[in-house]
Ligand binder design. Structure first.
Ligand code: N01
Length: 574
């Protein structure tokens, strides 16, 4: 294969956007294959989501021993996590350590935004335009731009009138001390709001929490890592990682087969109590196999949880306002430390925007239909334009298909969440319709990069320059993701999972929820069969992913539907 580099437009094998977990591993793999690689990162350094989300309390809610790379045995042996759920700063140190240890930083250009990506069909190349105006060309384009990296546009009425301090959790640029002694408002009670609210409450003169949709906030039960536990895990790491790779959620599984009404009321209560103590993604929401499939079963878990809020929060009116009303697990559960306890503090109050909608702001207050709240500072924890926000920001374009945002104007359509028809040699690392949203995402990222780079390597070995998902293959995958999610209660609830948090965004479920292990087996089987659903230099193997999905399901003792139930159940958590 000969590159057609000119001095002005050097050609590399792999272009990549983003220097977070995805981009760094892509650089590592590209180098392992002997390919040239050019990465572009808009931040001044590595870290991706962990570079930007520095708000107080930011930490992972997947245990750090799993939420870390598994590709290098020495790396996982030499790194020791200090806590069960490491704080943002420690995760960022880890990512920096990986970048240094494998000398990956030199493959990236920082402080550089990719503004356009154009496919040049005659040359079989992608050409990137950078914010400096410079162009870079390469054979393959990998989007490692992350699912939750583009903050949602601010859609809070009247914010432009407010003259106090405004800070967003996803672009935090102050210290917690800057809020000390101030009257602070937090708008938003998703994972970000839930993590920062207890810490802000400790320093603020008064904190008013503006809540639109109450969420399920389980106790994180964070704790220092005991040295003997660390030693034990390290001694078994390869086996643990292998289990994670074929697990439902990318973390060690705790399989359940019985259903909520298989047991007596007392037994069910007893099991929920134990699960609540355990917490985490294998907690209450994963205690019975039918919790995310049967509304009545789910209600038993939701009622149990709502009871917990009333036990913790002293003011019962506030407790009622904090009660989530959607099925447990149907959108991302939150994990917090002292979240509900914070509402017992005398300096904390709650405004339910469902009952008292926010109408506007003045220079020094937030005005709702029935009240006015004087504040000095506003913390926005309003979430992200998930998956499509970062991808559309790249303006990925081909002459035949136009821009990605036009091709997806009716909703996301992907092949395995990694490719999309009409966009040759373009790959999304852990993209929409992959298991990313309902998994330990680092595990999904590794699997995604491995599968993509294997495909590229096979194509190159055969002298094939262009690989592209077929429409048939993509249709198959979209059907599978929809059939899978439509068996679940995810289908009933609005959230960023469906894009419904962003006005005007077409509703598509953004993930595959059949389980990390099931997905991996499908991807492996597709590779083994010569990539059905992918056209290699225009020649395609018939799609038929649906058949592969059924066969993979049938190859296990459970029926397809029961397997999906069991796999999904442990992806939900809480
Ligand atoms: O965002 P969210 P997030 N007026 O979209 C409210 C990951 N994450 O940044 O639900 C008033 O969940 C909105 O209300 P509603 C994790 O995957 C992980 O908190 O739309 N309120 C909601 O309450 C997570 O799921 C970690 O009615 C408005 C909140 O703002 C994902 O990131 C930590 C509003 C947004 O919640 C996103 O979490 C942090 C408006 N105009 C994040 N617009 C951990 O690992 C929105 N809201 C722990």
């Amino acid at each position: 294969m000969t590159d057609t580099a000119t001095p002005r437009t050097p050609v590399v094998d792999v272009l990549c956007v983003g220097a977070g977990f995805s981009g760094l591993y892509a650089a590592y793999k590209a180098r392992e294959h002997g390919w040239t690689f050019a990465g572009f990162e808009k931040a001044p350094d590595v870290g991706g989501t962990w570079f930007w989300n520095t708000y107080p309390g930011a930490r992972c809610d997947v245990e750090s021993i799993y939420y870390s790379y598994s590709f290098d045995e020495e790396l996982q042996k030499e790194w020791t996590w200090s806590e069960r759920f490491a704080p943002q700063a420690e995760i960022l140190s880890y990512i920096n350590h990986v970048a240094d240890r494998f000398d990956l930083r030199r493959h990236f250009q920082f402080d550089t935004k990719v503004t356009e990506a154009n496919w040049l069909p005659d040359e079989h190349l992608w050409e990137l335009t950078l914010d400096s105006g410079a162009k870079r060309r390469g054979r393959y384009l990998l989007a490692g731009s992350g699912g939750l990296s583009t903050p949602k546009d601010v859609d809070v009425p009247g914010l432009q009138n407010f003259s106090g301090l405004v800070v967003s959790t996803s672009r935090w640029n102050i210290s917690l001390d800057d809020l000390a002694g101030k009257r602070v408002a937090v708008i938003g009670t998703g994972s970000s709001g839930v993590q920062c609210i207890p810490l802000i409450a400790k320093v603020a003169e008064h904190l008013t929490v503006f809540q639109r949709t109450p969420n399920y906030v389980f106790p994180a039960r964070n704790a220092p890592m005991a040295p003997e536990v660390v030693d034990e895990i390290k001694s078994k790491y390869p086996d643990i990682r292998q289990e994670c790779r074929y697990s439902p959620g990318g973390i060690p599984d705790r399989p359940v087969t019985d259903k909520a009404f298989d047991v007596s009321d007392e037994e069910r209560q007893r099991r929920y109590e134990a699960a609540y103590e355990r917490s985490g993604f294998l907690g209450v929401g994963a205690e019975f196999a039918d919790l995310l499939f049967d509304l009545e079963a789910n209600k038993t878990a939701a009622d149990f949880f709502r009871g917990k809020i009333h036990e913790i929060v002293r003011d019962q009116k506030t407790a009622t306002l904090l009660e989530p009303q959607f099925p447990l697990g149907a959108k991302r559960s939150c994990f917090g430390t002292d979240y509900y306890e914070t509402f017992n503090r005398p300096n904390v109050s709650l405004v339910s925007l469902r009952d008292d909608p926010l109408t506007t702001m003045t220079a020094g207050s937030i005005v709702t239909e029935h009240s006015e709240h004087e504040v000095d500072a506003i913390v926005l924890a309003i979430g992200f334009d998930a998956f499509t926000g970062p991808l559309f920001g790249l303006n990925v374009t081909t002459p035949d298909s136009g821009r990605l945002q036009d091709a997806w104007s009716d909703g996301v359509r992907t092949y395995l969440g990694m490719m999309t028809a009409g966009f040759p040699n373009f790959f999304m690392i852990a993209g929409p319709q992959s298991p990313a949203l309902a998994s330990n995402v680092v595990m999904t990222i590794e699997q995604s990069v491995d599968w993509i780079t294997d495909l590229i390597a096979i194509a190159r070995a055969k002298g094939i320059e262009v690989v592209e998902a077929t429409v048939e293959g993509q249709n198959d995958w979209v059907n599978i993701t929809e059939l899978t999610v439509n068996q679940t209660l995810y289908a009933t609830t609005d959230s960023w999972y469906r894009g419904s948090n962003v006005a005007g965004k077409p509703s598509t479920f953004m993930g595959y929820v059949g389980g990390v292990g099931h997905y991996r087996r499908i991807c492996e089987e597709i590779a083994r069969r010569g990539y059905p659903g992918v056209a290699l230099d225009g020649r395609s193997v018939a799609a038929g992913i649906g058949r592969i999905d059924e066969e993979v399901a049938e190859a296990t003792p459970a029926t397809a539907s029961e397997e999906v139930h069991a796999e999904v159940a442990t992806v939900v958590g809480g």
